[in-house]
Design a protein around this ligand. Structure first.
Ligand code: AHM
Ligand code: MG
Length: 277
């Protein structure tokens, strides 16, 4: 049952929240498979989640942004792909960061995604879980309190454009400029979890991380970041595409593969399609 993941992932999030309070943001001399420098706290958060997931009888394996290979075991049928600490480059400035989880059945591929979740470590600890429905929890003095998360409106006011602007494609520049000309506000922290969470909470907008000259396949990774949020955005009544195709229809060749991605409400995604066609 995918619902069994709720207490398990919430348990991980409480431990990582404690870790964030006590661990300095210092770099190790190592990089992950995507070439990002690893912080001590990235590796520690990865270990917390690995320990909890590997101890669970309904999980058959896992892969993480911080591990080069997947790990398998003999029990269960679910596979979990996760980014233990997303936004590690903004930890030192004390902005909100997150964890992201994709729950796959038997294979690491978009069509096998059955549930996904994210955690926001901010002034409050929040947890959003999606399977057949979307559930939002906030941690307070009485424990986890379930909240109502409204679906996205057809159009919002937020524009969250990722990637180095000087390396954007001309059509992408035109898309982003046209949104600002229409009155959209810039909201981009550099952490996809709080940036995508803000669009969900405020009811609409666009988050983009496009193909750029220096990263032709974008930056954000399919299994750990893009597919889980695409699943959540679709459940919230929004859309998630790579510019043309639905993200959840993309194939996967390797565990750490990335893709350009756009998440948003219906009208903004329609606009992306128009500029990218
Ligand atoms: P990370 O998993 O190493 O933290 O990288 C992913 C993060 C996302 O949270 C965010 O949207 C993106 O990288 C920001 O990248 P940029 O600084 O290029 O805008
Ligand atoms: Mg990440």
């Amino acid at each position: 049952m995918t619902k069994d993941f709720i207490p398990l992932l919430q348990k991980c999030s409480l431990q990582i929240q404690d870790l964030l309070k006590t661990t300095p943001a210092c770099y190790l001399n190592t990089t992950n498979t995507s070439g990002d420098a690893q912080l001590q706290i990235d590796v520690a958060a990865d270990k917390i989640i690995e320990k909890e997931l590997m101890g669970s009888k309904f999980i058959a394996g896992l892969c993480s942004e911080e591990k080069s290979e997947a790990i398998f075991k003999d029990t269960g049928s679910y596979l979990v792909a996760y980014d233990p600490l997303d936004g590690s480059s903004i930890i030192d400035s004390n902005l909100s960061v997150g964890s992201i989880f994709g729950i796959y059945e038997k294979e690491f591929k978009a069509s096998a995604l059955v549930a996904s979740a994210y955690v926001v470590y901010g002034p409050k600890l929040e947890f959003v879980f999606a399977d057949d429905k979307l559930t939002h929890f906030i941690y307070n003095t009485n424990g986890w309190e379930e909240k109502n998360l409204a679906t996205l409106k057809t159009q919002g006011k937020i524009n969250a454009p990722g990637g180095t602007q000087k390396n954007w494609d001309p059509k992408h520049k035109k898309l982003i400029e046209s949104l600002f000309e229409e009155g959209y506000r810039l909201r981009y922290s550099g952490g996809m979890v709080p940036d995508l969470h803000q669009i969900l909470i405020k009811g609409g907008g666009l988050f983009s991380y496009p193909a750029t000259l220096d990263s032709p396949k974008g930056k954000l990774r399919k299994l750990f970041e893009v597919f889980p949020f695409a699943f959540i955005y679709e459940k919230a009544g929004g859309e998630a595409i790579d510019g043309k195709k639905r993200l959840l229809e993309l194939e996967i060749q390797s565990l750490h593969e990335s893709t350009p991605c756009f998440f948003g409400s219906k009208n903004e995604i329609e606009k992306v399609r128009k500029y990218y066609e």
